[in-house]
Design a protein around this ligand. Structure first.
Ligand SMILES: [Zn+2]
Ligand SMILES: [Zn+2]
Length: 278
């Protein structure tokens, strides 16, 4: 007869609690050697890190109410329709389904994004992805693939990494959704869009992004989330979305770290579109 040890069921619990104790000890040791510091200014902080009180007070996260489709913050939920869409999107619907942005793209956020883009501060991607996960958890849970906005190979050679792909890699770890950094491809190097008007931006970006033929079958019929660092006028995101829909994905949602654009101007657009509605 096989003898069953009465302690057997407790063994996994003992091991898991031992592991928890070990983790706590190693975390305490690590915190003693490297005290946790603010992700923005480097000041000492309590606990496991994040932002210090001063930096936290200056950040402008985008919280509800916002438009489900373009992510613009709204003064009140009454500025959106029953689907949570602002009047501007209701009248000129963007091609994507939903959009989430963690922050307003202001001077505070530029301190994290510009060094990530231009000064090899790749660790900022982990910080931004953590905040993007908080803002976009619902759309990430609905997705089968994460697709970073591509950079042209010439720019990639110069910069050595794609900041959107780094964000997508960290978000893949958080969400368990696979990132496909090569699925979208920029086939034409576009000039910087910041100085162009919205119509010129659209013309400049149109046809510059495709779905890599190797990924078309893999993506067909799947919901995806396109990841980028900053959303400006939406010209690049529109180009990505149109290419993906043409390739047969079932839905495109967007997740970005910062939403640029003049928020007051956006609000006025919403208000005047509402007026047109009435
Ligand atoms: Zn700080
Ligand atoms: Zn909107």
């Amino acid at each position: 007869m096989q003898r069953v040890c009465i302690w057997m069921p407790l063994i996994p619990k003992i091991f898991s609690s031992t592991r928890a104790v070990r983790q706590t000890i190693s975390r305490t040791c690590l915190n003693t050697v490297f005290p946790p510091c603010c992700d923005m200014c480097g000041a000492d902080v309590e606990g496991t890190g994040g932002f210090c009180g001063e930096c936290f007070a200056q950040m402008r996260p985008i919280i509800k109410p916002y438009c489900e489709q373009c992510g613009v913050p709204l003064a009140a939920s009454g500025f959106a329709d029953q689907q949570g869409v602002c009047a501007f999107c209701a009248s000129t619907a963007p091609p994507w389904n939903r959009m989430r942005a963690a922050f307003i793209y202001d001077d505070w956020l530029r301190q994290l994004i510009l060094p990530l883009k231009y000064a090899d501060r790749t660790e900022n991607a982990r910080i931004l992805a953590r905040e993007m996960w908080r803002s976009g958890e619902d759309i990430l849970r609905d997705a089968n693939f994460l697709l970073p906005v591509p950079v042209h190979k010439r720019k990639l050679r110069h910069r050595r990494y794609n900041q959107a792909a780094l964000l997508a890699r960290f978000l893949a770890k958080e969400s368990g959704v696979s990132s496909l950094p090569m699925a979208l491809k920029r086939i034409r190097n576009t000039q910087p869009l910041a100085r162009l008007g919205s119509r010129e931006r659209k013309l400049e970006v149109e046809g510059s992004i495709i779905v890599s033929p190797r990924y078309v079958e893999k993506l067909k019929g799947h919901p995806v989330v396109v990841i980028d660092d900053v959303f400006t006028t939406g010209a690049t995101m529109s180009a990505c979305t149109r290419a993906l829909l043409a390739a047969g994905v079932s839905r495109v949602d967007l997740l970005v770290a910062g939403r640029a654009g003049n928020m007051e101007e956006d609000r006025q657009k919403v208000t005047s579109a509402l007026r047109d509605y009435a």
